[in-house]
Design a protein around this ligand. Structure first.
Ligand code: UTP
Length: 412
C-alpha cells in the first residue's frame, strides 16, 4: 500500500478525514510532509486525551512532605567540602548544562525565541548572552569548556541558531554548543478534530518541558554526554537570568549524597503563591501543583513556623546520567491546556480566535521525578536563584527580572 492509501485508512479509522481534504492543493514536498505527519501521529493517544480532557483528577495519591536541606544552614566546613567536590566535577569535565528553550513564551508575547529577549540593563543583553557570560566565566576561572545543550522547538530552532550565529556565539566556543529539537504533538479542536495550519499541514505544538528526556535520547544527546564521560547534568530554564548554571555546592552535595537527582528549591513566598512545590507522592519524589493541594495543606506549618509544603520547584534540577537513562526509558503523562490557536477549519476557513479554542497537550519535567526512587532537595535563596521572565508586565515580568538581576550583580 502506498503512503497516501495508508494515511487515508488511518484518517478514516479515527474520523479525521478533513486532514486529507486539502492534500491536492499542497506542493509536492508538503504533500509528503503531511503524509508523514499522519503516519507518525499517535491518533489513539489523541483520542484518549480528548476523551479525558475534562476529567479533573480526583487522584487518591498520597501527598506527603519531602525532606530538604537548606543551603544557607550548611556549616562552613560542609560548604567548603561540597564546593571543592563540585569544582572537581567541573574541572574533570564531568559536567554539562542543558537549557530548555523550546517554550512558546505566549505570556511574554515576544516575537522570537524567549532566549533572544533583551533585558533592559546597561548595556542591554539577551538572556542567551547572559548565559554565555556565565559559561565563559567558568571557562576563564577553571579553564574548562562546559558542553552546553540547548533544546529548541521546531518553531524556534532556526531563529535560535541564527541569533547565535549573528552574535558569534557570544564568544563561547561554538563547538561546545549543541542545539536539539524537542518533540511535538498535534493540537485538537473542541470536537476532537486534529487541526490544520493555514497551509494545510497538521498543526503541532511542542510537547512540554517534560519532552526533554525523549528529545535528549532521540537526538543522541545522551549518547554524546556518555561518550564525553559526563556524569552530572544540570537542566534549567531559559527564562531566568540569574539561574545558577554551575552551582558548585549543589554539584558537590549531589556527589556526597550519591544522589540520583537534586531539585533546587526556594521558599514559597506565601501559602497562596501559584507555584508547584516538591513533595512525596505515594512515597516517590514529586511536585504537587498549587491547583492540587488543599488550603489546609498549603497553609500547614512545622514546629519552626515554616510551610510544610513550601519548597517551590523552579525548574532547576541536577541529574546524574544514570537517572536520565532511567527516566528516558519511560513515558510521561500528558496534561491538557485550552489555548488560542489560529487554524484552517474543514471548510478551508481560517479561524482566528479571540478566546481559547483548542487543546494543547504537554508533559512536565517534574513528572519524571517519580520514576526515581529518591531525590535530594536543596533550598537556595530566592534572590540568588530566581528572576523569572514570564509575563509581559506585572509579576514575573522583564521589569521585575531586571531589578532582581541588578540586585544580584550589584548593578545600578
Ligand atoms: P513555561 O512553562 O513557563 O512555558 O516554560 P513558556 O513556553 O516559556 O511560556 P508560556 O507558558 O507559553 O507563557 C518553562 C521553561 O520550559 C521551557 C521554556 O522555554 C522555559 O525555559 N519549555 C516549555 C520548553 O523548553 N518546551 C516546552 O514545550 C515548554
Amino acid at each position: 500500500m502506498n503512503k497516501f492509501n495508508q494515511a487515508q485508512e488511518i484518517v478514516k479509522k479515527f474520523h479525521q478525514e478533513h486532514l486529507l481534504k486539502f492534500y491536492d492543493n499542497l506542493e509536492e514536498d508538503k504533500k509528503e510532509l503531511l503524509l508523514n505527519q499522519i503516519l507518525e501521529t499517535d491518533f489513539e493517544l489523541l483520542k484518549e486525551l480528548y476523551e479525558k480532557r475534562n476529567i479533573v483528577s480526583d487522584s487518591k495519591d498520597k501527598i506527603t512532605p519531602i525532606a530538604y536541606t537548606d543551603k544557607s544552614k550548611l556549616s562552613k566546613d560542609e560548604l567548603e567540602k561540597y564546593k571543592k567536590n563540585g569544582e572537581e566535577v567541573i574541572k574533570n569535565n564531568k559536567y554539562a548544562v542543558v537549557t530548555m528553550a523550546g517554550g512558546q513564551g505566549t505570556r511574554l508575547g515576544h516575537d522570537g525565541p524567549k532566549g533572544t529577549f533583551m533585558l533592559n540593563i546597561d548595556p542591554p543583553k539577551s538572556l542567551f548572552e547572559i548565559f554565555c557570560e556565565k559559561l565563559n566565566k567558568i571557562k576563564n576561572e577553571y579553564g574548562v569548556i562546559i558542553p552546553w545543550y540547548l533544546m529548541t522547538s521546531k518553531e524556534n530552532n532556526n531563529d535560535t541558531i541564527k541569533f547565535f550565529e549573528e552574535n558569534n556565539y557570544f564568544d563561547y566556543p561554538k563547538e561546545a554548543i549543541k542545539f536539539f529539537i524537542q518533540g511535538e504533538i498535534p493540537m485538537i479542536d473542541t470536537k476532537g478534530k486534529v487541526i490544520l495550519t493555514a497551509e494545510g499541514l497538521i498543526k503541532q505544538a511542542a510537547n512540554g518541558h517534560g519532552g526533554i528526556f525523549e528529545a535528549m535520547f532521540n537526538n543522541d544527546i545522551v549518547e554524546d554526554i556518555k561518550n564525553r564521560g559526563i556524569e552530572w547534568i544540570f537542566i534549567g530554564p531559559v527564562d531566568n537570568p540569574i539561574v545558577q548554571m554551575t552551582d558548585e555546592v549543589m554539584i558537590g552535595y549531589a556527589v556526597n549524597k550519591n544522589a540520583a537527582a537534586i531539585g533546587k528549591s526556594i521558599v514559597k513566598a506565601n501559602p497562596g503563591e501559584k507555584v508547584g512545590v516538591f513533595c512525596k507522592r505515594n512515597g516517590k519524589p514529586s511536585v504537587v501543583e498549587y491547583t492540587e493541594i488543599t488550603k489546609e495543606m498549603a497553609e500547614e506549618t512545622d514546629k519552626n513556623g515554616e510551610l510544610v509544603f513550601g519548597e517551590s520547584h523552579i525548574n532547576c534540577n541536577l541529574f546524574n546520567i544514570n537517572a536520565i537513562e532511567k527516566i528516558g526509558a519511560e513515558k510521561l503523562p500528558y496534561h491538557t491546556a485550552f489555548k488560542k490557536a489560529t487554524y484552517m477549519d474543514e471548510n478551508g476557513k481560517i479561524i482566528e480566535p479571540k478566546e481559547p479554542n483548542c487543546y494543547k497537550f504537554e508533559t512536565f519535567i517534574f513528572d519524571s521525578f517519580e520514576k526515581l526512587d529518591s531525590m535530594e532537595i536543596l533550598r537556595g535563596k530566592r534572590e540568588e536563584e530566581f528572576a523569572p521572565v514570564k509575563n509581559k508586565e506585572g509579576v514575573d515580568s522583564p521589569e521585575t527580572a531586571v531589578s532582581l538581576y541588578k540586585a544580584y550583580y550589584n548593578l545600578k
